[in-house]
Design a protein. Structure first.
Length: 72
């Protein structure tokens, strides 16, 4: 089990966003987190935000929801 923090919540919200945009459940398609943009039509800026939210390295994610909302 990994480290639980606000970054874990940010990751979860990002994956929900990927699911909503692609229609595919990321838990059943592990590589979706790496290549979801090929299945979606979003701006590069929005893709960058989602990618930061679902970054495997939790230290590179947004530190809290306010920080994420500021980028959106």
């Amino acid at each position: 089990m990994g480290i639980v923090s606000f970054a874990s919540d940010i990751y979860s919200i990002g994956m929900i966003g990927v699911f909503a945009i692609t229609g595919e459940d990321p838990s059943y398609t592990p590589l979706l987190a790496e290549n979801w943009q090929t299945k979606a039509s979003v701006t590069p800026e929005f893709a960058d935000i989602l990618n930061k939210m679902i970054c495997e390295d939790y230290t590179k994610r947004f530190h809290n929801a306010k920080e994420a909302l500021e980028d959106v």
